[in-house]
Write a protein that binds this ligand. Structure first.
Ligand SMILES: *[C@@H]1O[C@H](CO)[C@@H](O)[C@H](O)[C@H]1NC(C)=O
Ligand SMILES: *[C@@H]1O[C@H](CO)[C@@H](O)[C@H](O)[C@H]1NC(C)=O
Ligand SMILES: *[C@@H]1O[C@H](CO)[C@@H](O)[C@H](O)[C@H]1NC(C)=O
Ligand SMILES: *[C@@H]1O[C@H](CO)[C@@H](O)[C@H](O)[C@H]1NC(C)=O
Ligand SMILES: *[C@@H]1O[C@H](CO)[C@@H](O)[C@H](O)[C@H]1NC(C)=O
Length: 423
């Protein structure tokens, strides 16, 4: 919390300084006069600053009027501006439909979104059209999203329309907060509630830092993954609280150098790699580190899941899971290469995702099911170099000892091993 306060203070300082500098420049001959800004589109005071307040663009913040247009207009001007630019969303409740904050913002070096508001998503699903996101940021360099505000997906009314558990070609509901093709992004101190689908998703992002993010949805809400990462690199998530109906964090295909630390997860399905190997042309996964996390009452702790009958080959390698506390977790450690949630799934051929160089170190706590460690690898491509070091998992009930289950793997074991290794 003190981190938020001090950085907020520094931001305020920067904001004040930018005002002063702009003010001086403005009086010296109209520099920074907001190119492309018509004097009719918003009050003149906006013209000499790089500060764009959604309220100056007509946002009502009454929680009933659709404020999407005002947000769009404010973004358009911010993105057209230059240098360090601020988009302000003051306190208040805003009703917002699907919205794309798209770049490129050619002359903007950093776009700082100070989100203090409570954004409520439109519940009318027909409004979302083809977009797979509710609030989507795309093709921007140097975005900073902060401010303590909330993205409320109002998912309760949408969840009954999610048919993805029985229909493999289901229509996806909107993700609360989507980041597409972003370079150098910081997301700090925001909240996401009751998303209709995933809460936060990254696709094709580079150099992304997320921290102090709070995500919540009921344990029984469908596909409400906390954070999903795909085709991204140099991604870092830390110090966040995630409780939801699906994976707290899922690391999908095509990712490299992803670091996840100090995440408190539960309820939910834990931290997952996958699912991998369902579609053709999937990218490889490498360089994942998950450290210092706590799972409480989740279905899984650490799970790696790949589909059988993969249309193409891919690999997932160099992954370390370290210092993880499991509190009453159903499957604390699980590799499942026959993942298939559909009854219709005929698991004809084994998975063609090759898993290798996977380290589980210092994993402690309790399992609510008898089998605390499951390593079920592909019959076609057995796992290579799976290493467990200092694992201590007791049954939550305290009744008997937990057990391990293995298929198509010869794991390496170092230090404490409770449950005992597969023989
Ligand atoms: C960026 O700034 C340059 C120089 O001031 C200007 O010529 C150009 O039109 C600006 N581009 C955009 C997209 O605003
Ligand atoms: C992000 O960086 C890559 C090169 O690393 C570049 O090709 C791409 O255009 C950049 N994206 C944006 C939105 O500028
Ligand atoms: C699956 O979902 C798609 C997209 O909404 C729909 O067109 C199709 O009819 C559904 N199939 C079944 C078997 O419900
Ligand atoms: C494994 O991943 C870590 C973390 O991303 C990275 O620092 C390291 O260089 C990788 N090792 C190899 C052999 O690629
Ligand atoms: C452990 O989790 C199970 C469900 O997975 C639940 O029934 C049980 O009450 C939990 N035990 C504790 C001690 O929280």
């Amino acid at each position: 919390m003190s981190m938020v306060d001090s950085s907020g203070f520094i931001l305020l300082l920067l904001l004040t300084m930018s005002f002063l500098v702009r003010g001086i420049a403005g009086s010296g001959g109209g520099v920074g006069g907001g190119r492309g800004q018509s004097p009719h589109s918003h009050p003149p005071k906006q013209r000499s600053s790089a500060l764009f307040n959604v309220k100056s663009f007509g946002a009502r913040a009454d929680g009933r009027t659709d404020d999407t247009k005002a947000f769009r207009a404010a973004w358009r001007e911010a993105c057209r501006s230059e240098g360090t630019v601020y988009l302000l969303i003051p306190r208040g409740t805003y009703l917002i439909g699907p919205i794309e904050f798209s770049g490129p913002c050619k002359n903007v070096s950093s776009l700082i979104v100070r989100m203090k508001g409570y954004l409520k998503a439109t519940t009318d699903l027909s409004k979302y059209g083809h977009s797979a996101g509710w609030v989507e940021f795309g093709w921007v360099n140097g975005l900073v999203l902060t401010g303590g505000g909330t993205f409320d997906g109002q998912g309760v009314k949408a969840w009954p329309f999610n048919t993805c558990f029985t229909n493999s070609s289901c229509k996806l509901l909107p993700t609360n907060l989507k980041f597409v093709a972003m370079n150098t992004t910081v997301v700090r101190g925001i909240k996401s509630r009751n998303s209709k689908f995933f809460h936060v998703a990254l696709v094709d992002c580079k150099n992304f830092k997320g921290s102090e993010i709070s995500i919540s949805a009921p344990a029984n809400s469908p596909n409400t993954d906390g954070i999903h990462i795909e085709r991204s690199s140099a991604v870092y998530f830390s110090r966040s609280l995630i409780g939801t109906g699906d994976d707290c964090i899922s690391v999908g295909q095509g990712n490299s150098e992803v670091t996840i630390t100090s995440i408190t997860c539960g309820p939910g399905h834990g931290i997952s790699v996958g699912s991998l190997g369902r579609y053709p042309n999937e990218g490889d996964v490498s360089g994942l580190v998950v450290r210092d996390c706590t799972m409480t009452g989740t279905m899984n702790g650490i799970r790696i899941k790949t589909w059988p009958n993969s249309p193409g080959r891919s690999t997932a390698t160099n992954m370390t899971f370290e210092n993880i506390v499991m509190n009453n977790v159903t499957n604390p450690i699980i590799i499942d290469q026959t993942y298939c949630p559909f009854a219709s799934c005929a698991s004809l051929a084994p998975s063609r995702v090759k898993l290798s160089d996977i380290y589980f170190k210092n994993i402690r706590g309790t399992s609510s099911s008898a089998v605390a460690v499951t390593l079920e690898c592909s019959k076609g491509i057995p796992c290579q170099n799976i290493c467990l070091e200092d694992v201590h998992l007791d049954l939550s009930s305290g009744e008997r000892d937990a057990t391990s289950s293995c298929k198509n793997v010869r794991a390496k074991y170092i230090g404490t091993q409770i449950p005992p290794p597969c023989t």
